[in-house]
Design a binder for this molecule. Structure first.
Ligand code: 3PG
Length: 206
């Protein structure tokens, strides 16, 4: 049985381009983001992969990325479950602020802690630990059982919601996961065993 799980971060968004903290705000993809999503779909098609069900967040940039990938695969209209449990980490008071301006205002070190520490949330927002506390229960309840049933699953989501999932799948420490940068529009292909443990991982960025 092929227990396939593909994770993909959305393509470049308007606010990625503007270097602005985005979190739960809802900008769409840029032209480059659209091209990245199509390229991700083409990579999966070249690998002859197709899917039985898709999951995405409640945010446009991830949903749009998924639609473009499915179109490349000739799988428009595939059953898709959207849930805000897969949303990007909530950036709280930093949302909408330019990342360089935030560094000038709060200092390089503090902004790095907010962005890449495991359990220090940005003011009014979510840490990676808090993000994992909503992503992982959803994964275990809704996504993993489908993979274990033999459905080929694709998940289009966000840098930090996917980090939370990857940390669990690959059994990474907080230090290891925080060094892991996920490319926009780059699929990561997992195959799992009957217990949901990772048998193989292929990051198409490598
Ligand atoms: O929400 C955002 O601004 C980005 O998608 C992720 O931001 P980060 O690189 O600071 O984690």
């Amino acid at each position: 049985m092929d227990r396939l799980l593909v994770l993909v971060r959305h393509g470049q968004s308007d606010w990625n381009l503007k270097n602005v903290f985005t979190g739960w705000k809802d900008p769409d993809l840029t032209e480059l983001g659209i091209a990245e999503a199509r390229a991700a779909g083409a990579q999966l098609r070249d690998l002859k992969l197709s899917f039985d069900i898709a999951f995405t967040s409640d945010l446009t940039r991830a949903q749009h990325t998924l639609e473009l990938i499915l179109a490349e695969l000739g799988q428009e209209g595939l059953e898709t479950i959207r849930n805000q449990a897969l949303n990007e980490r909530d950036y709280g008071d930093l949302t909408g602020m330019n990342k360089d301006e935030a560094r000038q205002q709060f200092g390089e070190e503090q902004v790095h802690i907010w962005r890449r520490s495991f359990d220090v949330p940005p003011p009014g927002g979510e840490s990676l630990k808090m993000t994992a506390e909503r992503v992982l229960p959803y994964y275990r309840a809704e996504i993993l059982p489908r993979v274990l049933d033999g459905n080929r699953v694709i998940v289009a989501a966000h840098g930090n919601s996917l980090r939370a999932l990857i940390m669990d799948l690959e059994k990474l420490t907080p230090e290891q996961i925080l060094k892991r940068e996920l490319g926009t529009g780059t699929p990561i292909i997992y195959r799992l065993d009957e217990d949901g443990e990772v048998v193989s991982v292929e990051d198409l960025a490598d």
